[in-house]
Design a protein around this ligand. Structure first.
Ligand code: MN3
Length: 207
């Protein structure tokens, strides 16, 4: 069973003015589609992997056939990362975080502003293409920049939230101003979904 391009839970223009229609369209139906297609191509010769989703393969990367590990890391990562990315954003989102995740941010970073600043700083410093992730270390929240399409599941950690800092995520609208994109991204976050992922991360770590 091949994986499919996830349906965007809102329209391409829904995140404007923070992420424009052209960027969303290209990002979803070209970039995300390419990761999905290349993932499906990679697992095609291995019918025993057909029932596994990208997340499961990333978590068990060392156990899959060596000749496709790199393709799964990159394209399974690309598929999983973008599937997450669309759901943690929403129109009229943003504002202060809510729920248990807000409490945890205050406990581990002092305040939402400090958390946001540290996250944006990691995004600015990330050299080349990659993602900035938030994971549960087992004791506290941690901000984790990773290169390429690497997903925290490669290191056994469930991705609570992450921002895509590949140029394809912002260059069309923001040109080289990655810092502006990082700052504006907080206006589209879906804290309800991020809270659900935080609960999942706690359960995942407890297994
Ligand atoms: Mn991307």
């Amino acid at each position: 069973m091949a994986i499919e391009l996830p349906k965007l839970p809102y329209s391409y223009s829904a995140l404007e003015p923070f992420i424009d229609r052209e960027t969303m369209k290209l990002h979803h139906n070209k970039h995300n589609q390419a990761y999905v297609d290349k993932f499906n191509e990679a697992i095609q010769p291995y019918p025993m992997l057909a029932a596994k989703n990208a997340e499961t393969l990333l978590f068990n990367l060392a156990k899959i056939p060596p000749d496709i590990q790199e393709a799964i890391q990159n394209n399974g990562g690309g598929a999983a990362n973008h599937a997450m990315f669309w759901t943690i954003m929403k129109p009229k989102g943003g504002g202060e975080p809510t729920g248990v995740f807000a409490d945890q941010i205050n406990q581990d970073f002092g305040s939402f502003d400090d958390f946001k600043q540290e996250f944006n700083e990691a995004g600015k410093k990330l050299f080349g293409s990659g993602w900035v992730w938030v994971v549960w270390s087992g004791e506290k929240l941690a901000i984790l920049p990773m290169p390429n399409q690497d997903n925290p599941l490669l290191h056994g950690q469930y991705p609570i939230m992450g921002n895509d800092v590949w140029e394809h995520a912002y260059y069309k609208q923001y040109s080289n101003q990655r810092d502006k994109y990082l700052e504006n991204w907080w206006n589209v976050l879906n804290w309800n979904e991020i809270n659900k992922r935080f609960i999942r991360a706690l359960k995942f770590a407890a297994k």
